[in-house]
Ligand binder design. Structure first.
Ligand SMILES: [Zn+2]
Length: 97
């Protein structure tokens, strides 16, 4: 078996790079679609959040949001808090009575 010439080696390397570029482009398209879907979901959730709390006023609305697992502290307002407590949210609620 003969050794590859420098030109053949270069062509093989370029072919390998083309495959990698194609893979990266596929992954980029997948991530763009994912980002677009997440933005749409986030928008729907924000709309839902506003509608779900529309019957409540002031502190009740904040308390409801907090109880539903969202931050109400200024730094993270509207972000998902989950089941973890937040000292900033607590002090925010306490200040408001
Ligand atoms: Zn918070």
């Amino acid at each position: 078996m003969s050794e590859l010439s420098p030109q053949d080696t270069l062509m093989a390397a370029l072919a390998g790079l083309e495959v990698k570029v194609a893979e990266i482009q596929r992954e980029l398209r997948r991530l763009k679609t994912l980002a677009r879907n997440l933005e749409e979901e986030n928008s729907r959730l924000r709309t839902w959040l506003v509608e779900a709390t529309s019957g409540f006023k002031g502190e009740d609305k904040l308390r409801l949001l907090y109880d539903q697992g969202y931050h109400i502290c200024p730094a993270q307002f509207g972000r998902v808090r989950g089941t973890e407590g937040c000292l900033f949210c607590h002090s925010f609620l306490e200040k408001r009575g």
